[in-house]
Design a protein around this ligand. Structure first.
Ligand code: HEM
Length: 249
C-alpha cells in the first residue's frame, strides 16, 4: 500500500499581540516609582510628626512598626516588578529565584504581619479596620500558597497565585487613587450624608479605597488568567493526529 502525504495546512498569519501582552513593564515601573517617591520619604525621617497616619495616643510602638511596614512594603513592591517581568523570568532563572525569596521573606511576610498590627490600630473606623485585616491576611496567605507551589514544582499554580499576590501588592497604589476620587465625589455630601462631619466623609472615602482596590485587581487578575487558559490548552495542530493516521494507513 502506498502512503499518501498530505501537505500541512498553511500556518495562520501571526497577529499582533493582544494589548495585555504588549510591553507594560515601563509604565508599571513609572507608576511604582511615582508611588514610592510620594509615599515613602516622610517615613525615612523616622519623625512621627511627618507621618501621614497619626499614632494612637500612648502607643509608642505604632510609628516604628508603621515605618518598618513601609520599608518592607517598598522591598515587596520593587521585587514584585522583577518577578512579574517575563523577560527577567526567562533570562535570569537564578535571579528570579533570589528576588522571589526576597519578595516573600523580606517583603510580603514582614510587611503583611506588620499590616495586621497597624491595620488593627487604624484611626479610620471599623470598616477600614476590617478591610486592613482582611487585606493583610489575604496578602500573606496568597503569597505563601504561591511560594509553596513553587517549592513543590507546581509551576502553573505558582504562576496563578503569584499573579494574585502581585495584584494585592499593587492594590495599595490603586487604593490611594480611589481614595482621592472618592474624597472629591463625597465632599459635596459632607453636610447631608455625613451630618457635617468631614472626618466621617474621609473615613468613608478611605474605606471605599481599601475595599474596592484589592477586589477589582483580584477580579481583573483572574479574568486575565482565565483568558489565557484556552490558548494554553489548545493542541498545537488539531489536524495533525488525523493526518498521521491517514499517512500510516
Ligand atoms: C496588600 C498589601 C498591603 C496591605 C494589606 C497594607 C496594609 C497597610 C495598613 C493596614 C496601613 C495602615 C492604614 C490605616 O491606618 O488605616 C498601611 C499604611 C501604609 N502602607 Fe501598606 N499595606 C500593603 C502594601 C503596602 C506596600 C506594597 C507599600 C509600599 C511602600 C505600602 C506602604 C504603606 C504606607 C506608605 C503606609 C502609610 C500611609 C501613607 O502614608 O499613605 N503598603 N498599609
Amino acid at each position: 500500500m502506498t502512503s499518501t502525504t498530505t501537505a500541512p495546512p498553511p500556518a495562520p498569519p501571526r497577529s499582533a499581540p493582544v494589548w495585555w501582552r504588549r510591553p507594560w513593564i515601563a509604565p508599571l515601573l513609572m507608576v511604582v516609582t511615582a508611588f514610592l517617591l510620594f509615599s515613602v520619604p516622610p517615613y525615612l525621617t523616622l519623625d512621627p510628626s511627618l507621618s501621614r497616619l497619626p499614632a494612637p495616643e500612648g502607643n509608642s510602638l505604632y510609628h516604628p512598626l508603621l515605618v518598618a511596614h513601609v520599608l518592607f512594603g517598598t522591598v515587596a513592591m520593587t521585587t514584585a516588578c522583577f518577578q512579574i517581568w517575563p523577560a527577567f523570568r526567562t533570562r535570569h532563572k537564578h535571579g528570579h529565584r533570589i528576588t522571589g525569596r526576597i519578595y516573600v521573606f523580606a517583603g510580603v511576610l514582614p510587611a503583611g504581619l506588620l499590616g495586621l498590627y497597624i491595620g488593627w490600630h487604624t484611626a479610620a473606623g471599623p470598616s477600614v479596620r476590617v478591610a486592613n485585616l482582611v487585606g493583610s491576611a489575604l496578602w500573606l496567605l496568597v503569597t505563601l500558597v504561591a511560594f509553596r507551589a513553587a517549592r513543590q514544582r507546581r509551576f502553573g499554580d505558582h504562576r496563578r497565585w503569584m499573579s494574585r499576590s502581585f495584584a494585592l501588592t499593587m492594590s495599595i497604589v490603586l487604593s490611594r487613587v480611589v481614595n482621592v476620587v472618592a474624597t472629591i465625589v463625597l465632599t459635596p455630601q459632607v453636610d447631608t450624608t455625613f451630618g457635617g462631619s468631614e472626618e466621617m466623609m474621609r473615613y468613608s472615602a478611605a474605606s471605599i479605597g481599601v475595599w474596592l482596590s484589592p477586589l477589582v485587581l483580584l477580579l481583573i487578575t483572574d479574568w486575565l488568567l482565565d483568558r489565557r487558559k484556552p490558548a494554553a490548552r489548545r493542541p498545537a495542530d488539531p489536524g495533525a493526529g488525523a493526518r498521521v493516521r491517514a499517512t500510516n494507513a
